[in-house]
Write a new protein. Structure first.
Ligand SMILES: [Zn+2]
Length: 358
């Protein structure tokens, strides 16, 4: 790099300027970036990095170290504190610029697209206790039905197909059903296992889409029954879905529309977990009676999932406790007992719409 080279810093600024205009034009961003440019990136990444047998994020980390080493060598090559300071400043500006540029170009402009909920004109509204109970009943029945297609045994399900088969299966289901949601399938997005085991859980997440390598990762310690839903969630991010609630909703639609009982069960089970949590918060004593009659198989599965998650405690348990606290406090405000979790609300809105069109 020449002495006066500010290329990466400038590219970063240029990307921010484009972003400024994208913010003001969500429809244009959706049409030009999300539906034309980004699918190209999707395919290039899937045909290259996607074929690597290990998480490409390792390459990203190696690159960062390499750049740091080059920086240190060049830094030592300069004499005088003024020159060194100037060089450090320039290197930092270029490094930051490169990060901003690649983040936005490879995925980040999707933040400025028209939200998927808006595209589907789906308006989530909070549920009252009666609505939640009837929703919970639907989900419970479906969960029982699809669990019985997987096994007749009430012992917790703790092993499924090999991971590579699961990843392929979820992708096939994305291919078959993504158009229900107005999104187009393209490329061959990868969701890889990211060792070391439990590392991501300790960070407080189960999976992540990493824009710089264009692939997503899940924690290998995830319970087998959580894996199908979580892979579908991460793959939703691969299609330029940035919002967590939207990714959850898409994963639920994909899983519960699948031909495969395992995917269906995984989708219903995840929704059931959210609904159960809401029920417990809204009517603890009623919930305690209800849970007594929950089928033994499902109870065992839920306990098995909980036990798997307790092996690796997140570093910031404080954070999850706080968010729960805020929820309870908001409940204390006599506004009534309403559900604030997004997935139960969205599932409710979606089921109503589907009945309407049936
Ligand atoms: Zn996510």
């Amino acid at each position: 790099m020449a002495k006066r080279d500010w290329s990466w810093a400038l590219l970063g600024i240029l990307a921010l300027v484009v972003r400024y205009f994208a913010v003001q034009n969500p429809e244009g961003t959706d049409e030009i970036y999300s539906r034309k440019f980004f699918p190209g990136i999707r395919n290039v990444i899937d045909l290259t990095l996607g074929n690597l047998p290990f998480p490409s994020v390792y390459l990203f980390v190696a690159t960062v170290f390499l750049v740091l080493i080059v920086f240190i060598i060049r830094f030592k090559g300069r004499s005088g504190w003024k020159e060194r300071m100037f060089y450090t400043f320039k290197a930092m500006a270029n490094g930051l610029g490169a990060l901003v540029f690649f983040f936005l170009v490879l995925w980040g402009f999707n933040y400025q697209r028209t939200p998927i909920f808006q595209q589907l004109s789906l308006k989530p509204k909070s549920l009252n206790l009666e609505q939640l109970k009837s929703e919970l009943e639907i989900t419970r029945r479906l969960a029982v039905q699809y669990r019985s297609r997987i096994t007749q045994d009430s012992v917790a399900i703790d092993s499924i197909m090999p991971y590579s088969d699961l990843e392929r299966l979820v992708r096939e289901n994305m291919h078959d059903n993504l158009d229900i949601l107005g999104l187009n399938f393209t490329g061959k997005p990868r969701t890889k296992m990211f060792p070391p085991q439990g590392f991501m859980r300790r960070m407080g997440i189960l999976g992540i889409y990493f824009p710089f390598t264009g692939e997503s990762y899940i924690d290998p310690s995830l319970h087998p029954l959580e894996q199908p839903f979580t892979v579908a969630h991460e793959m939703a991010h691969s299609y330029g879905v940035t919002n967590e609630g939207e990714a959850n909703f898409i994963a639920w639609v994909i899983c519960t529309n699948s031909e495969d009982p395992l995917l269906r069960y995984s989708g219903h089970l995840r929704l059931l977990q959210y609904q159960i949590r809401d029920y417990y918060r809204m009517a603890p004593s009623e919930y305690k009676e209800w849970v007594k009659n929950l089928s033994v198989g499902i109870k065992n599965d839920l306990n098995s999932i909980r036990e798997a998650s307790e092996v690796f405690q997140p570093f910031s348990i404080e954070l999850s406790r706080k968010s729960n606290d805020i929820f309870l406090k908001s409940q204390g405000v006599k506004a009534g007992v309403n559900s604030y979790q997004q997935l139960p609300m969205l599932a409710f809105a979606w089921r109503q719409r589907m009945n309407f069109f049936d």
